[in-house]
Design a protein around this ligand. Structure first.
Ligand code: SF4
Length: 321
């Protein structure tokens, strides 16, 4: 006879109802976690979902800065992360001290990528995502900005806006997106075109990739922008340059294309710390609770709201007081 331990999915669903909990999962989560989630998305989509939810408990299957972001947006809710080892390598490259020093040295607006710890977000002027970075940087009333922690995102924003974008730190990066290079992608595209026919293969890339990779892409965008893009191409072979588990969402949302990872080793070990067993333990034992200092929450919220205002999103999101 099977026990509840053999049926984590059923037990997770039961506990979710009992606790009035919602499970939010990032696009890079393993397939089993994406399947059990109430909502799967990128950082921006999950942030918006975290603000909209009526649930009392948010279980965040993503990395540290994402769970912190959910807490910033929902300070009165219980936010849980199934495994505290899920720490984004890139977010942890930036410290509050670096942000303070950059402000003193350059005195330019500071834009921090959502992939940043709350202690740094609290010191930022604006918080961007990979989906809105170009919009944010272009709307800021300054020809020079500081952007961290991803130097590739800074280069991308500079390329697209024509502004001077100083990376902070100089070599901040996502080790997963550094695994893509233009030559193997062009070679893969050439081979697939030989098999499938010219015009049947497209290459899409995430802005965390190096600029020389972005420059050969048919589309550059965040994971949510990739999802929208593939909905408008039909019957194609889509080579994608981002974390490999993105394939599940792409297939689910647009099954009439074939998806090929640009590098099958592009695997984020930090994102894979979560599993059904850990989500079950998280709900049973209510751990690990995400705790943040009230002042950090307040200052981070101010930077996020300032960004929504800059983007003209306060009314759309129903956030204008
Ligand atoms: S894929 Fe890169 S940016 Fe995303 S969580 Fe992993 S290390 Fe961080």
């Amino acid at each position: 006879m099977s026990s509840s331990r053999d049926k984590p999915v059923e037990e997770i669903l039961r506990l979710k109802r009992e606790l009035n909990a919602v499970i939010l999962a990032h696009n890079y989560q393993p397939a089993e976690v994406q399947e059990i989630a109430d909502f799967v998305g990128d950082s921006l989509e999950l942030s918006i979902e975290a603000m909209r939810t009526d649930a009392k408990v948010i279980v965040f299957a993503g990395v540290d800065f994402m769970a912190e972001q959910a807490k910033i947006l929902n300070p009165d809710k219980i936010v849980l992360i199934p495994d505290v080892q899920a720490r984004c390598h890139m977010a942890n490259m930036l410290t509050p001290e670096m942000v303070r020093k950059a402000r003193e040295k350059f005195s330019k607006p500071i834009v921090l990528y959502v992939n940043t710890l709350a202690s740094c977000k609290a010191l930022a002027d604006y918080i961007c995502t990979s989906a809105n970075v170009v919009d944010v940087v272009s709307r800021i009333d300054s020809d020079e900005v500081i952007l961290g922690p991803d130097a590739n995102l800074a280069a991308y924003a500079s390329w697209r806006t024509g502004k001077v974008v100083h990376p902070l730190p100089e070599n901040g990066h996502c080790y997963v997106h550094k695994l893509f290079r233009p030559e193997p992608v062009l070679e893969l595209k050439r081979k697939l075109e030989e098999e499938q026919g010219s015009g049947k293969v497209v290459f899409i890339a995430h802005p965390e990739c190096d600029l020389d990779v972005l420059k050969i892409a048919d589309h550059v965008g965040s994971t949510s922008q990739m999802v929208r893009y593939v909905k408008n191409v039909h019957g194609k072979v889509v080579i994608f340059a981002t974390e490999v588990d993105m394939i599940h969402r792409l297939r689910r949302e647009s099954p009439d294309n074939v998806y090929v990872p640009a590098n099958s080793w592009a695997y984020c070990i930090y994102m894979k710390q979560h599993s059904l067993e850990k989500i079950l333990r998280c709900l049973r034992e209510k751990r690990y609770v995400v705790e943040l200092d009230r002042a950090v929450i307040k200052k981070s919220q101010e930077a996020i709201m300032r960004t929504f205002e800059l983007l003209g999103m306060l009314d759309k999101l129903g956030l204008r007081k």
